[in-house]
Design a protein around this ligand. Structure first.
Ligand code: ATP
Ligand code: MG
Length: 490
């Protein structure tokens, strides 16, 4: 079959690039006979220019890497004339095994064969066609990269008139930073070496505005391989680029939205895990105690029975407080917490809360700096804020230490400050205090006197919803002061 092909060179080379077979088509194309060429490196068939720039090796390397390489190359006949060849190199391997060699299929490019008359006619119509194209900037550069021709598309895209741009170096189309880095020259050198180079990037119009360009530069050579200049085809791809960027931005935003969603999901999951754990523990305590009371009733004396009933009562109290907190949190998150707006006296509310938290009033010292401090707010919610601050202060400081509460009126606000002499809170932890489920350290005791870590989160939501602010200052080892404000009812 190969022997019958006369219009194409079809032959094999070994893995080092030495010719191994030769068909009549190869002889006809190159003028070499089989005996003259077999065993010699395939580069004898390439023009000296192509050999100097390493083209034969690059073809083989590329084929070895990609499996196949198709290139236009300058080849040279035995008698010395050059021609443009369409070269297809295929790597030969057996089932992913080692490389056995390469197959070459080479054909002379037809347009080199047209007669002088045809060339002139074709050139003229080609010139007219190129000049009138508006969608593409098509122009030629001389060997130094200076603009030699200009078409209507180039005028529309880059705004230069043919007269003002002809003779100028094509680097004027590049951004200053690309010019400094030598990009224009680099592209020309690549086109000279490989025959053609493609590039995408920002370019500049005459007025300095930018457009995203898709550029192809092709080296133009005489039939003998001598470099004559370059053809440059540039297309405005700004719209496509912008569309791509918009899509990318959209994708990023979607990803971020997804991340936010899963953040919310994590929050909800944290809530479920927390609630499951914090509810199950006291429920277990109540269940176990009631069970023991029933089974061991006869063995227990009155004191033992009372102790167990007290345990059930205190646990259910804590349980219902927890349920309230979780419900409050759910309402806060969904924006459904309702307030009864009214006017209340902070001094009265603090005294009531202190009595509820510390019935004997052994630890809490109330220091009013005015007879009364009338503020705007929902009295039940304000009581809830104060009891949480007071219970925290009691919980997180030794039972022997006092807790002071001061109430004062400032310019437009009333302020309640709760100061304890407990362990204090490290600076890093202070930031997390008001986040939901923020239990710091391992303060939860087996008796469950820690808490769920919702109290301060709820307190902050309640304070801000009523137009106030809440904050804490603390010194490790010395104690903490939590204070909040509410607008005065003037
Ligand atoms: N006065 C304080 N001194 C030291 N640490 C405190 C003080 N107040 C709060 N904390 C720390 O901040 C965390 C969060 O407090 P928060 O009131 O939100 O939750 P809690 O008291 O643990 O539980 P809950 O109030 O829901 O029953 C506490 O667990 C504790 O670690
Ligand atoms: Mg608390």
């Amino acid at each position: 079959l190969l022997d019958s092909i006369v219009d194409q060179a079809v032959f094999l080379v070994d893995s080092d690039g030495r010719t191994a077979t030769w068909n009549p088509g190869a002889e006809q194309l190159t003028g070499y006979s089989a005996s003259e060429v077999i065993g010699r490196h395939v580069s004898v068939l390439y023009s000296p220019d192509a050999v100097a720039t390493g083209q034969p090796e690059r073809h083989l390397e590329r084929a070895a890497r990609a499996g196949r390489s198709r290139r236009e190359a300058r080849w040279i006949r035995k008698e010395g004339s050059g021609f443009a060849a369409d070269v297809i190199v295929t790597a030969l391997c057996e089932d992913d095994g080692p490389l056995r060699g390469f197959g070459y299929v080479v054909r002379e490019l037809a347009h080199q064969r047209v007669t002088g008359e045809e060339v002139r006619g074709t050139e003229e119509s080609l010139r007219l066609m190129v000049e009138s194209v508006v969608d593409y900037a098509i122009f030629m550069l001389d060997t130094d990269g200076r603009v030699a021709t200009w078409n209507e598309g180039a005028h529309q895209l880059k705004q230069y008139e043919a007269d003002e741009i002809r003779g100028r170096h094509f680097s004027v189309f590049y951004l200053p930073e690309d010019r400094t880095s030598g990009k224009p020259e680099r592209l020309l050198a690549e086109a000279a070496r490989d025959g053609r180079v493609e590039d995408e990037g920002w370019r500049m119009r005459k007025d300095g505005s930018r457009f995203w360009a898709d550029v192809v530069i092709t080296a133009l050579r005489t039939p003998d391989g001598e470099l004559r200049g370059y053809a440059k085809v540039t297309r405005d791809r700004t719209e496509r680029k912008q569309a791509e960027e918009a899509m990318r931005e959209m994708a990023t935003r979607e990803r971020e939205a997804g991340a936010q969603l899963s953040e919310a999901n994590r929050g909800r999951q944290g809530l479920i895990a927390m609630v499951a754990h914090d509810l199950r523990t006291p429920v277990g305590v109540v269940h176990g105690t009631a069970d023991m009371l029933l089974r061991d009733w006869d063995h227990l004396d009155d004191g033992g029975r009372i102790q167990m009933i007290r345990m059930i009562l205190s646990t259910t109290t804590r349980l219902s407080a927890l349920v309230d907190d979780v419900l409050d949190m759910a309402r806060i998150e969904s924006g459904q917490l309702r307030y009864e707006r009214g006017v209340l006296d902070l001094v009265t509310t603090v005294l009531r809360a202190a009595g509820d938290i510390d019935p004997t009033r052994e630890r809490i010292v109330v220091v009013p700096r005015a007879d009364d401090v009338q503020v705007r707010g929902d009295e039940r919610r304000v009581w809830q804020i104060i009891t949480n601050l007071l219970s925290n202060a009691m919980k997180f400081s030794p039972g022997t230490e006092q807790v002071e509460v001061s109430i004062e009126a400032e310019d437009q606000i009333g302020r309640v400050s709760v100061t304890d002499h407990g362990s204090g809170i490290a600076e890093d932890d202070q930031r997390k205090l008001f986040e939901p489920f923020s239990r710091i350290g391992t303060r939860r005791t087996a008796a469950g006197e820690g808490g769920t870590g919702l109290g301060l989160y709820i307190a902050r939501s309640l304070v801000t919803a009523q137009g106030g602010q809440i904050g804490a200052t603390s010194t490790v080892g010395a104690g903490s002061t939590f204070s909040f404000t509410l607008p005065l009812a003037l």
